[in-house]
Design a protein around this ligand. Structure first.
Ligand code: GA4
Length: 332
C-alpha cells in the first residue's frame, strides 16, 4: 500500500530570545524546519526597530516617486530599479523593485545608502547566526562552514526591495488555496513560483499578506513514486515584527539534499500595497558548492556534483523563474 507521510501545517517559528541558553534546542529545531519546510519565521531577532523603520521609510519614499524618476535608477540588470519584468527570460510580475549588491565591501549608489547599508549589516549578522545554529544542529565540526561564505568580502549576496501596488479588485485567497472557487477571478501573481538560488534568504514585509510557500508531502523511504508531488500552497501571515527565512538551492546542495529549498510565490490581491525587504546570502563567485563530506554516506549518496557559485549563477540566469535549476547539477 502506498502511504505518504503527512505533515502538520503549522509554519515553524524560532524564538531567538532563547539564545544563548537553549542553543542546542534551537539548532535542532532549525534543522527540522529546514528539512521539512525549507522555511521558518524568526521572532525576537534582536535587530533594533529604528534600523528597520529607517529602511522601510526610505523604501516607501522611493516607490512613491514619479515613474520617470524611478526609471532613472534602472534597469535592474544587474542592479537597479525594475518594473514588472523579472530576470532575462520574459518572466513578469505585478510589482516594482530595486535590486542591489550586498557584499560587505559594496556601497549602494542609491540616495538612501546609509539606511540600506545599516539594515544589510544587521540582517547579514542574523543570517550568520542562523547558519551557525544550522551547522551545530547538523553536527558539522566547523560551525562557520556556511556563515563564512556569506561573510566573505567577495560574497555575491544581494538585497532587494519589492513593492506590490494595491489591487483594485481584491479576491480573498484561502490560506489553503489549492482549491479554486469557480466564481473567483484568477489570483494576480506578484512574484511567480520559484526557489531562491542562494544559500539563505531573510525577508521582512509590512503587514500586507501575499507570501505563500509550497509544501510537498515527505516521501516514505519505501515510496518508489518518482512523480513530482503536487504541493500545497500555504499563506504566510504577514508579521512586521518577525523575519521569514528561506532555504535556497545552494544550501540544499551543500547539505546534500537534507535541507530543501522552498518554492514560494507572492499573490498581489491586497487592497493595500505590500512592501518586502529581502537579503539573499550568497557565496563568492569562485566558491565551490559541494555537499559536505559529513553529510554523504552509503545511505545518503552524493546527490550533486561540485560546482562554483559563478557556474550556478550562470545557469540561474539562463533559466525561467519557475525552473528547477538544481536538477542540472544532479549526479547521474
Ligand atoms: C529569485 C531570487 C532573487 O530575487 C533574484 C531573482 C533573479 C532576478 O530577479 O533577477 C531571478 C530569480 C531570482 C531566479 C531565476 C532568474 C534570476 C529572475 C530569474 C528569472 C535576484 C535571484 O538571485 O534569483
Amino acid at each position: 500500500m502506498r502511504r505518504k507521510k503527512t505533515r502538520a501545517l503549522g509554519i515553524p517559528r524560532i524564538d531567538l530570545s532563547l539564545l544563548p541558553l537553549d542553543s542546542s534546542k534551537l539548532s535542532k529545531f532549525i534543522v527540522e524546519a529546514c528539512e521539512e519546510f525549507g522555511f521558518f519565521t524568526v521572532a525576537n531577532h534582536g535587530i533594533p526597530n529604528h534600523i528597520i523603520a529607517r529602511m522601510e521609510g526610505e523604501g516607501v519614499e522611493f516607490f512613491a516617486k514619479p515613474a520617470s524618476e524611478k526609471q532613472r535608477a534602472g534597469p535592474p540588470t544587474p542592479f537597479g530599479y525594475g518594473c514588472k519584468n523579472i530576470g532575462f527570460n520574459g518572466d513578469k510580475g505585478e510589482l516594482e523593485y530595486i535590486l542591489m549588491e550586498a557584499n560587505p565591501a559594496s556601497k549602494s549608489a542609491l540616495s538612501f545608502c546609509c539606511a540600506v547599508n545599516e539594515y544589510i549589516e544587521a540582517v547579514r549578522k542574523l543570517a550568520c547566526e542562523i547558519l551557525e545554529l544550522a551547522a551545530e544542529g547538523l553536527w558539522v565540526p566547523d560551525k562557520s562552514v556556511f556563515s563564512k561564505l556569506i561573510q566573505d568580502v567577495n560574497s555575491d549576496s544581494c538585497f532587494r526591495i519589492n513593492h506590490y501596488p494595491p489591487s483594485t479588485t481584491t479576491t480573498s485567497t484561502s490560506p489553503f488555496s489549492n482549491s479554486k472557487s469557480p466564481n473567483s477571478p484568477p489570483p494576480r501573481v506578484g512574484f511567480g513560483e520559484h526557489s531562491d538560488p542562494q544559500i539563505l534568504t531573510i525577508l521582512r514585509s509590512n503587514d500586507v499578506p501575499g507570501l505563500q510557500i509550497c509544501c510537498t508531502p515527505a516521501k516514505d523511504d519505501d515510496d518508489d513514486d518518482d512523480d513530482e508531488d503536487e504541493g500545497l500552497w500555504i499563506s504566510v501571515p504577514p508579521d512586521p515584527s518577525q523575519f521569514c527565512v528561506f532555504v535556497g538551492d545552494a544550501f540544499q546542495a551543500l547539505t546534500n539534499g537534507r535541507f530543501r529549498s522552498v518554492r514560494h510565490r507572492v499573490l498581489a490581491n491586497s487592497a493595500k500595497p505590500r512592501m518586502s525587504t529581502i537579503f539573499f546570502g550568497a557565496p563568492p563567485l569562485n566558491a565551490c558548492i559541494s555537499p559536505l563530506p559529513h553529510l554523504v554516506s552509503r545511505h545518503s549518496p552524493i546527490l550533486y556534483r561540485p560546482f562554483t557559485w559563478g557556474e550556478f549563477k550562470k545557469a540561474v540566469y539562463s533559466t525561467r523563474l519557475a525552473d528547477h535549476r538544481l536538477d542540472l547539477f544532479k549526479c547521474p
